[in-house]
Design a protein around this ligand. Structure first.
Ligand code: 48F
Length: 261
């Protein structure tokens, strides 16, 4: 076979733009491809929902690749063990209730399960704003404003593109980027004690793990928080390289949204 570079180019351009066009009206748009976002994408796609995940970096996986301090092991607790097992990840029980997985294997498995289930992943894509509408006096997020990450990094003055969604999930981790933008630009009140983003506190793994799941919820009409973003939004603690809460949060948000769709 003689390889024609033009066909290679056309194949990439054509399939990519078909994929992008198919995502202009989503059931769920996920912002951030760390463990919580990938798990949510996997579970929603598995339930047959039209879901896309937008990740700023070249690789999805967020803070999971590097285990703790670049030592490539992660820990999950009993309650979350079956999520990684279902993804095909091998676990060893280090001490009763503490299960260890290879962080690279776990991250790759979540990414594979999400895409295999049908979630569309747009890496190198930064979410820079949201689409806001007011219907009968109630404001609601109805979509995302996205741009190419290289455009963002190079600070080029290039306008973004827009897609609509029924629900958006804020999974940007510690920085809660999307929600911060929503509050800063629109002065809206969130479903939090202060009406704003409470801010993350220092390390307390036990409480933080439980709170990650507890605070996984709709924080503003059309916007849900999951993973570390849920902790930062509701003023809970950080927890370091134990990842069960992230996975359970991804499952919880997927189930809650799936029930509404
Ligand atoms: O930080 P991250 O892994 O979020 P997570 O799913 O998991 C947290 C853990 O990794 C760890 C922890 C567990 O004990 O504390 O930190 O809550 O992934 C967040 C992803 O969001 C991307 C970012 O590059 C990362 O991959 N991201 C952040 N802002 C944007 C974004 C944005 N504006 N647009 C697109 N992606």
């Amino acid at each position: 076979m003689i390889i024609d570079e033009r066909i290679v180019t056309e194949a990439i351009a054509s399939t990519f733009f078909d994929k992008f066009k198919s995502c202009l009206d989503l059931d769920v748009a996920i912002v951030g491809g760390g463990p919580s976002g990938l798990t949510a994408a996997w579970k929603l796609a598995e339930a047959g929902r039209k879901v896309a995940l937008f990740e700023r970096k070249l690789s999805v996986g967020g803070g999971m690749w590097g285990g703790g301090m670049t030592w490539t092991s992660i820990v999950v607790q009993e309650e979350a063990k079956s999520i990684l097992e279902d993804a095909g990840v091998a676990l060893i029980e280090y001490k009763p209730g503490y299960f260890v997985a290879d962080s690279v294997a776990a991250t790759a498995a979540l990414a594979y399960q999400a895409t295999r289930a049908g979630a569309q992943v747009f890496n190198c894509t930064s979410v820079e704003d949201v689409v806001l509408r007011e219907v009968d006096g109630v404001k609601r997020v109805m979509g995302l404003v996205v741009n190419s990450s290289p455009v963002e990094i190079a600070r080029l003055h290039v306008d973004p593109l827009v897609l609509h969604c029924k629900h958006a999930i804020e999974c940007t981790g510690h920085d809660v980027e999307m929600l911060k933008t929503l509050v800063r630009k629109n002065g809206v009140k969130l479903n939090t004690p202060s009406g704003g983003i409470e801010g993350e506190q220092s390390m307390w793994a036990d409480v933080a793990e439980a709170n990650t799941v507890r605070y996984t919820r709709e924080v503003f009409p059309g916007v849900w928080v999951a993973g570390m973003a849920a902790n930062a939004t509701y003023g809970s603690y950080r927890m370091g390289p134990i990842f069960g809460g992230m996975l359970l949060s991804g499952v919880k948000v997927a189930e809650a949204i799936n029930e509404l769709l």
